[in-house]
Design a protein around this ligand. Sequence first.
Ligand code: SIN
Ligand code: FE2
Length: 217
Amino acid sequence: MTLDLFAADAPPLEDEVLDAGAVVLRGFVGARETALKDGLALVTAASPFRHLVTPGGLRMSVAMTNCGELGWVSDRRGYRYDPIDPESGLRWPAMPDAFTTLARDAAAQAGYPGFAPDACLVNRYAPGARLSMHQDRDEKDLRAPIVSVSLGLPAVFQWGGDARGDKARRVPLQHGDVVVWGGPSRLRFHGVLALKDGEHPFAGALRINLTFRKVRA
Ligand code: SIN
Ligand code: FE2
């Protein structure tokens, strides 16, 4: 039997509540993946992926770029949101419409209507790349959720607690899954375990993650 996830009679994938205010929308991307791929090509042509350096001087294993009014950057001076791509000296590329609508629709499905992101951080994981446990707390508007879209190779997302040392739950994420966290879960620690080797039609041997944020209050 062939599984066609887009077939009208395919059973809907269950949304998975992680905690109050936090949910995994399984397969939410669906047929929108083509528009996302086109958007990604435009964004990365204008602002290519690069490996940022942490304030402590370490090169991050995840390669990053941004689109939207503001982009998240890290260097020896610290972390910040900046309207200018430091590599090009120009504004970050505009957020493609398909990105904005996907983020808005996923947030609404998760119980956050009216989400209007002004920043989209694009993460690229090659095998071995990982993101250590952290909070997303550089945003001024903490009422808005974070919307995180998984594309390409699967990964294991770590869903932690309110303190860095809290035990983290392992949540496998597949191509097309969207995680939304806000409200009482907005400042949860989270991370991504080292990516395993593999091959996926969307991006070959890579995982791409889009995280949408509302930075300006
Ligand atoms: C992030 O925490 O910014 C990215 C999460 C992910 O790659 O799934
Ligand atoms: Fe994060």
